[in-house]
Design a protein. Structure first.
Length: 178
């Protein structure tokens, strides 16, 4: 049957591919300097893979991809166990959970772009709240309006990109990669 059939081997191979792509995007994104004044602002490229996984396989596999991406990506980047790792893992898991809830509950009400924007907002909010909780620095909340403002276009970009990838796969492969 190999990778053509609906087998556990095919699913494992695809899940490994998704996790690998998410890790690569996670690491590469740390190399991209953004001209924003908000510290730590990123495009959320690794969330493209989580949202795609969510849209074709559902919440549990998307959470697995997000968790593995944060853990393995931080091991590769040398940030495992640091505050950056905690923020990455917390933001990834909470945003994927929020996207899963919105996608499952409001599938006809929210496009992938809308689901992605909810994920981006949740990611940023989770990270800010984690900093407040861990470092006891309420002053960091002054970044809240800026981070919410940035979450909308980055979430839109991610959602648009996932929609585009799905359309291209359907055109050239005949179905989503799942």
């Amino acid at each position: 049957m190999g990778l053509r059939g609906d087998s556990a081997t095919r699913r494992l191979a695809l899940m490994s591919l998704f996790v690998s792509m998410a890790i690569i995007l996670h690491v590469v994104e740390t190399w991209i300097p953004l001209p924003f004044v908000v510290p730590g602002a990123k495009l959320g490229l690794a969330n493209v893979v989580a949202l795609y996984t969510l849209s074709v396989w559902g919440l549990r596999p998307a959470l697995t991809v997000s968790w593995l991406r944060a853990v393995l990506g931080s091991l590769i980047a040398g940030t495992f166990g640091t505050l950056a790792f905690i923020l990455s893992l917390g933001g990834a898991l909470m945003s994927t959970l929020a996207m899963g809830l919105v996608h499952g509950w409001g599938q006809k009400r929210f496009s992938l772009v809308g689901v992605s924007v909810v994920g981006a907002i949740t990611h940023n909010l989770t990270q800010l709240l984690l900093v407040v909780w861990i470092l006891r620095q309420v002053g960091i909340l002054v970044l809240l309006p800026h981070m919410m403002f940035l979450a909308v276009p980055t979430g839109m970009f991610t959602g648009f990109l996932v929609g585009r990838v799905q359309r291209l796969l359907e055109e050239h492969v005949g179905r989503p990669l799942a």
